[in-house]
Design a protein around this ligand. Sequence first.
Ligand code: GRF
Length: 208
Amino acid sequence: MMRDLSQPCALAVLVSGNGSNLQVIIDRIESGELNARIACVISNNPDAYALTRAQAHAIPTIVHEISGFTGRREYDAALVKILQGFGVELVVLAGFMRILSDVMVSAFPDAIMNIHPALLPAFPGLHAQQQALDYGVKFSGCTVHFVDCGTDTGPIILQAVVPVNQDDTEAALSARIQAEEHRTFPQAIRLFVEGKIHVDGRLVRIQS
Ligand code: GRF
């Protein structure tokens, strides 16, 4: 169903850690560049600094821990209820360190976005920057993609490339990639919010 483009898009941002991507999204909304509102920030980690960032902007926060659930699908079913309760239209995974099951993916078809710190399909999963260094690639970057039931396998929306330098450390490469994440992620969210993304199987077409 087409969303009402005149209304701010209701986002949920799911986090586990620092939340620098969350911060950029908040900033873009507050500057008026993104016609959206963050309905809630949800973390599986009660100590995530991202929660403090959200609270500083009076955004509702929820800690949704895995303990108490018998498995991923049960955890996700509870998550879906929370998200539906907030009327969420787009789920943004910004450093959320959990794999989603079919329960979440089928509840939000083509409406869950993730940012990954590599040029997918290279180096999916954890420690993508270190994987890139170990492999010896000369370029890496970041990928914004829709989420399916695999690990970092969903349709690709946007990518940005950064060079890998000879003497790079994981920290140096990660910082260079993060600068591109902070540019690319809000751009992809903006395309969604403006109704400019069309998904055709694996292919994502962007209306100019
Ligand atoms: C980013 O590097 C992102 O690519 C990965 O998790 C990290 C989150 O960083 N999925 P932050 O919490 O937004 O600062």
